[in-house]
Design a protein around this ligand. Structure first.
Ligand code: SGS
Length: 423
């Protein structure tokens, strides 16, 4: 989908209608626009590893491309979903003019709005479906900004009028400073550093761990002790292991040209030993010529697909998007902020900090929420005059990409929230 002048910026997307099994109905189900983080991660990551309808089947993986299996916890079971490779440069999105490559926190929500405007022109039948914007990690910072862009455009009478109902974000990097500064207290709360190290850091650094005073020797010493404790920790999911060499799987994958059904490898190779290596296999899959043809990637438009393009030209020019949550709640839009509670990249406690700073009225205090009679996490809800605007929920024992590690709980949470039920 081209956005911007002269069709220079082309945003690639995957669209799945809701699966009309059981009582679902694509004509009336919500429509969710989904963005992955980074900025620069492809939405294929969310589709294949998190909440999309197809996942890689690694159980049969060994001597061929991974095959695909249906995901029984796919959010397409409750919503129509558009997954966009955002921003330009991520996934299969590209530009024909390098100057159009540059984007930012403040510009990209406008591009996504333009994307949606054009998408609805091509799919007008979805204009009456409740619209939600979803983003995780860095996109969790941007999702409420996109919702605000839509809200403003609707109020200005721009067409098409979009039936925006709200947004939901997972482990959002709402405020980069807050997120980073919370890592030390979070590490302490989770038993990763001792009380003594924490107290030393807290006193000597004055609670400032991101940009400590360079002349403060004691603070430096405390942070050094802490860094040693956290070395080799998987900060995205502190219960998970780290990958010693995430390139192993990729290096020995040379595919032979055979028919489009069976794509054999010259030799078999060891099964991936850790999560990062599974991610690498997705790169082999997405770069396979048959796969690219099936995905309608126009030849010559995009070079190598990478799961996370870290060289997108993106400027962080908004320090915090917390105020957008406030603006949207004041307009009556619904928001859900969920956090895998074992994520140290965007700790749930940093999220609670900016939520509290909004001074919203609590209408349902911290309590358990359950799946299969077991605690799935804890939740808190804010609202006024009988209307609930913002729900916060933790997902117990999950990481940065919460649905990847707790698919069933996340499915239940989103399903309840989209149906206006309490978690
Ligand atoms: C631009 O500045 C910052 C960006 C982030 C973003 C993290 C992020 O999106 O994580 C990715 O999430 C996606 C999921 O959306 C994962 O797939 C990726 O592996 C993961 O890296 C965080 C920061 O500080 C904490 C920043 O300062």
């Amino acid at each position: 989908m081209s956005v911007g002048k002269n069709d220079e910026v082309q945003l690639f997307y995957y669209f799945f209608e809701s699966e009309s099994e059981s009582e679902r109905d694509p004509q009336n189900d919500p429509l969710v626009l989904s963005l992955t983080g980074g900025p620069g991660c492809s939405s294929l990551y969310a589709i294949a590893f998190e909440f999309g309808p197809i996942n890689f089947d690694f159980s049969t993986y060994g001597s061929s491309l991974p095959s695909l299996v249906l995901n029984s916890y796919s959010w397409t079971k409750m919503a129509n979903m558009i997954f966009v490779d955002w921003p330009v440069g991520a996934g299969f999105s590209y530009t024909t003019n390098p100057e159009s490559y540059y984007t930012s926190d403040s510009k990209s929500p406008k591009d996504v709005y333009k994307f949606l405007q054009k998408w609805f022109l091509m799919h007008p039948m979805f204009l009456k479906n409740p619209l939600y914007i979803q983003g995780e990690s860095y996109a969790g910072k941007i999702a409420p900004m996109i919702a605000w862009e839509i809200s403003k455009a609707n109020e200005a009478g721009l067409l098409p009028q979009m039936y925006l109902q709200g947004y939901f974000v997972g482990n959002p990097i709402t405020d980069v400073y807050l997120v980073k500064n919370e890592k030390v207290p979070y590490a302490h709360n989770m038993g990763l550093i001792s009380d003594e190290y924490f107290k030393l850091a807290e006193c000597s650094c004055n609670g400032e761990y991101v940009i400590p005073d360079l002349n403060n020797v004691q603070c430096h010493y405390a942070l050094q002790l802490i860094n040693e404790c956290l070395e080799d920790l998987n900060t995205y999911f502190i219960l998970d292991s780290t990958c010693p060499n995430s390139n192993i799987a990729k290096r020995d994958q040379t595919f032979t040209e055979v028919d489009s059904v069976t794509i054999a490898l010259p030799s078999s190779r060891p099964k991936p030993a850790c999560r990062e290596q599974y991610y690498t296999i997705s790169e082999t899959w997405a770069n396979n010529p048959y796969v690219r043809e099936a995905l309608h990637i126009r030849e010559g438009t995009k070079g190598e697909w990478v799961r996370y393009n870290k060289s997108v030209a993106y400027a962080v020019d908004v320090a915090s998007s917390a105020e957008y949550h406030l603006l949207l709640s004041k307009k009556g839009y619904r928001g859900l902020v969920y956090s895998g509670d074992h994520d140290m990249e965007a700790p749930y406690s940093s999220t609670l900090k900016w939520i509290r700073s909004l001074n919203l009225t609590l209408d349902d205090d911290w309590r358990q929420w359950k799946v299969d009679k077991q605690i799935a996490g804890f939740t808190q809800r804010y609202g006024e005059n009988g209307s609930s605007f913002l729900t916060f929920a933790t997902i117990k024992g999950s990481g940065h990409t919460a649905p990847e590690f707790a698919p069933k709980a996340c499915f239940a949470m989103i399903s309840r929230w989209l149906s206006y039920n309490p978690l």
